[in-house]
Ligand binder design. Structure first.
Ligand code: ADP
Ligand code: MG
Length: 258
């Protein structure tokens, strides 16, 4: 069983410390959600896990399969079995969704074995059909040009389909509120719900509390001031919806004073 283990992670942007000691373990088969007010470091965590060059790790490590993935390139992280959404955000003229997915699968196979001839087309078609059926996607979607005039929901559909066909062990999704209309929100939630199971661990970072009305995480974490200050089950999301974040701030203060 694989797990992603974030240990005392400190991250700076332009010399300013944003993450101040994040600890979190996400195991295969578990869905974790991180929520929290704006500006608390959620995207910083996502970008750091994705290997974005602007984010400097000053302390700590992120262990996956006995390796500190912070020392690996993004494609090496992917090869190990991590899926990092937004890895391929660009429109690629003349490349269909299906072609794109097939080259992503083949790149992964070739990275493992240089001699690999790629996934045979019938096998790929079968995999694609199986995953599109599972995700209740219209088969015509695979023939569309990637990101060419895609709506927010269609971009998410391509991303979730990529996740489904690459079959990662741990997936990290940063759902920023920009561009997350209700359609996109449903695509992400339905996708995660359809793909969830003992093989897949998901860390969904949400800027939009409503996402958790559709995804049922096993664990909910609250990030504030660059640290995870509260963890709990799905009930935690509900009490945040009802009471906001102030009670956690109060609790933090009381704990600091004690
Ligand atoms: P969240 O995703 O929780 O809203 P972010 O991780 O985006 O928070 O931002 C955390 C903090 O880092 C904020 O105080 C923000 O102003 C700061 N920050 C984010 N990006 C940059 C940047 N490129 N340069 C300097 N500060 C940044
Ligand atoms: Mg953000």
């Amino acid at each position: 069983m694989s797990q992603l283990e974030i240990k005392d992670l400190h991250v700076s942007i332009d010399g300013k410390e944003i993450l101040q000691g994040v600890n979190l373990v996400v195991k295969q088969g578990e869905i974790h959600a991180i929520m929290g007010p704006n500006g608390t470091g959620k995207s910083t965590l996502a970008y750091t896990l994705m290997g974005h060059p602007n984010y400097t790790v000053t302390k700590g490590e992120v262990i996956f399969k006995d390796q500190n993935i912070l020392e690996l390139e993004a494609d090496e992280r992917s090869r190990l079995g991590m899926f990092l959404a937004f890895q391929y955000p660009v429109a690629i003229p003349g490349v269909t969704v299906a072609n794109f997915l097939r080259s992503a699968i083949n790149a992964r196979r070739r990275a493992v074995n240089k001699e690999d001839k790629g996934m045979p087309i019938p096998e790929f078609r079968k995999l694609l059909k199986e995953k599109m059926d599972l995700l209740k996607m219209d088969n015509a979607f695979a023939g569309r040009y990637l990101n060419d005039g895609f709506s927010g929901g269609e971009k998410k559909r391509a991303e979730i389909l990529q996740m489904a066909t690459l079959r990662p062990e741990i997936a990290i999704l940063d759902e920023t509120d920009s561009g997350l209309d209700i359609d996109a929100l449903r695509v992400v939630a339905d996708g995660v719900n359809a793909l969830t199971g003992p093989e897949l661990g998901v860390l969904v970072i949400t800027h939009y509390q409503r996402l958790l009305n559709y995804i049922k995480p096993h664990f909910v974490h609250v990030m504030m001031g660059g640290r995870i200050v509260e963890s709990g089950g799905p009930d935690l999301a509900l009490s945040l919806e009802e009471h906001g974040y102030d009670w956690i701030r109060e609790k933090e203060k009381t704990e600091e004073a004690a």
